[in-house]
Write a protein that binds this ligand. Structure first.
Ligand code: GTP
Ligand code: ZN
Length: 346
């Protein structure tokens, strides 16, 4: 313990040097901004990872450069497309500077206690919602992720893992149950990370763009990620240790190019991504099958429960809305009201 109290000579020197640097920076706050001579022509790039005031930028030739960010950039996350300039001098720190970020096609957000909704990753094409089939397949959890995907305009794919554990009858029953999703236009994939069944189809989906894997603990996300990108868990761990930023890095997302084609954005924070609080209207808006019926209830403030003249209840009774989806809708709304401040629980 006493060791910590006494700084070594080198530590003293380093602190003094840092203070000096900070002082110079304070004197000339715009120095870096003005010195364009240091940097080459602007070029397009892709954010592979973001670390505080820096970001790893991939050039079109595939090389990665740790860059600083211009002050005008107020939000930059993994998956963002940028305009940057590389440093003219070799081995300079930073290796370049990010000048501007392009508009996002989609953005994954997570609730932050202080900042409200915080962007985590951008330009995601596919949210792969991983569920285990045993002990039971939970449509309630799947529906929570589907609501999040719809709210963020990211296409979802339902991935049912561990199908090696099912008997033929159980498997047939599961496929029957999943009809309620296919009829809404949602795709599903039966897979086993253990036997490898379904991985070829999974690769077809992955090749189409940039994907993320989400799902509850124990469903097999690590196993699946390691199947599509061997060694990914080791890399994730390494990133957290090397950058030494402590707890924050556990949510720092990273973009990987898959050898079989397509991109993957991953971090522990993304894997355990949970549904945040939404207003009841926003939840209803995330159900595609509700859309033709919304606004047609007898009472404008209809809660779609036992209210007379409820259009949604009518749609359920005539088979246009699946009763299980409708049941989950009410359950999800109720849980949002109950644990409103608890953004982080599933
Ligand atoms: N039988 C079978 N077991 C599997 C399969 N995929 C994963 N498992 C097992 O399920 C357990 C959980 O797998 P993980 O890959 O750690 O699951 P995870 O979703 O990453 O879980 P967390 O790390 O807790 O978030 C492990 O014991 C795996 O060996 C599968 O397809 N079939
Ligand atoms: Zn109603």
């Amino acid at each position: 313990m006493t060791k910590k109290k006494h700084l070594t000579e080198r530590q003293h020197q380093r602190i003094a040097a840092n203070q000096k640097k900070r002082f110079v920076r304070a004197e000339k706050p715009e120095a870096a901004e003005q010195d364009l001579d240091l940097f080459a022509e602007s070029e397009p790039g892709l954010v592979i990872s973001r670390f505080g005031q820096h970001a790893d930028i991939e050039a079109t030739d595939g090389s990665v450069h740790r860059c600083s960010l211009r002050r005008v950039i107020n939000s930059l996350v993994t998956g963002d497309k940028v305009i940057w300039r590389r440093a003219k001098a070799a081995n300079s720190t930073p290796a370049g500077v990010v000048e501007a970020a392009a508009d996002r096609e989609s953005v994954l957000v997570r609730p932050d206690f202080y900042d409200g909704l915080k962007p985590v990753a951008a330009n995601i094409d596919l949210m792969i919602i991983v569920s285990a089939v045993l002990p039971v397949f939970s449509s309630n959890i799947v529906d929570r992720y589907l609501i999040a995907a719809e709210a963020m305009h990211i296409k979802p794919l339902l991935l049912l893992n561990k199908v090696d554990l099912l008997t033929a009858e159980e498997r047939a029953a599961l496929e029957q149950q999943l009809q309620m999703y296919t009829s809404l236009g949602y795709d599903f994939l039966l897979l086993s990370a253990k036997t490898g069944e379904g991985t070829a189809q999974l690769n077809n989906y992955l090749q189409q763009g940039c994907s993320i894997f989400v799902g509850q603990s124990g469903v097999g996300k690590s196993s699946l990620l390691n199947a599509v990108l061997p060694g990914i868990d080791a890399i994730t761990k390494e990133v957290s240790e090397v950058s030494g930023l402590g707890q924050h890095t556990t949510t720092t997302a990273r973009l990987y190019h898959l050898p079989q084609g397509g991109d993957l954005i991953d971090s522990p924070g993304i894997r355990e991504f949970a549904l945040w609080h939404l207003e009841p209207e926003q939840v209803a808006a995330a159900y595609p099958e509700f859309q033709p019926w919304l606004g047609r209830c007898k009472f404008r403030d209809c809660k779609h429960q036992n209210d007379p003249g409820c259009a949604l209840q009518h749609a359920v009774s005539q088979g246009d809305i699946h009763p299980e989806r409708f049941h989950n809708y009410h359950k999800i709304l109720l849980s949002m009201q109950q644990d409103k401040p608890n953004y982080f629980s599933n």
